[in-house]
Design a protein around this ligand. Sequence first.
Ligand SMILES: [Mn+2]
Length: 365
Amino acid sequence: MERTNIQANRNNEQHSGYKVFTRPGENPLPLRTYIENARHIVILGHNNPDGDAVGATMAMYAYLKSWGKSSRVVYPNRYAKNLAWMDPDRIAVNFLENHDETAALIAECDLLLIMDFNRVSRAEGLAPLLEDKKAARIMIDHHPEPDKHWFDLGFSNTKISSTCELLYRIFHQELDPAFINPHVCDCLYAGISTDTGSFSYSCAHKELFTTIADLIARGLDTVKVHQRIFDNFAENRMRLLGCCLGERLIVKPEYQTAYMYLTDADMKRYNYQPGDTEGIVNYGLSIAGIRFAAFFTQKEKRIRMSFRSQGDIDVNLFAKEHFGGGGHKNASGGHCFESMEATIAKFERVLPDFYRNVISRSKPS
Ligand SMILES: [Mn+2]
């Protein structure tokens, strides 16, 4: 594939490009130079690494390997089992289960490639270790409002489907597409397909499908990736989903809203494993007339909340305003440090205003 024109695609946030930022007054090196000069590279994904975080970090690792550069991949905690195929070298370490090795890798690295998140707090327990200023920090991410002062160099596009789609453009425009091998393609596609809910949102731009056409030409196997991610659940996970849909689904047609929840006891009953609740929130939107879906899960004293919406209903603002979170316009998350009952009561309390001010005024998609 031809190399695209760097200048034409930089500093636009259309689907073909991305914005490049640096600290005010600083003149950064090109990404290529950072990588060429680095002796110890650590690639970092966010807490509860999802398909896009594992896809982007593992794509970067495999890309650097085919370039002849070694690197390590670090997460704050473990990835889900159905994503493990992206890590055939078992190169990833996670801080929760391996404090010492993770701390040593971070202490000795001179280049941090931070993927699919844009502020240090999303590294959870790892965050304090990242404050040591020895390593250059480079961000590649698609979430809004990056913490620009924290990074030496950042690549951002908030309109794009996923960090994986952005990374594909960076391989072309900042580095060299020659190192994109079939495994890199599979990892990129994994992130794109999970972050779009299997091509149901954030995907209506032709550039994405041109990207996928090129990935297929380079060896992507879409059927294999789909089966490994979506047809690879334990029986318990399907029964957990059944419990959600059968017993824990509340539909509020008057607010075009549906929500589900799982308690600690539900999760124990179905032997919950990391990743088992991934994607469940999307089922709410499958109901006719429902345009706002929420999903709450309990982990000890904290309730994790996920929000999904259709069209121009902005759940990033909703999460930020009421539940200390954020994310994207149509997919966001938050949390509540109260009981499940109190969390649900709070959600139901703010819902009528959200319906009146946002949902009822938005264009039906
Ligand atoms: Mn993402």
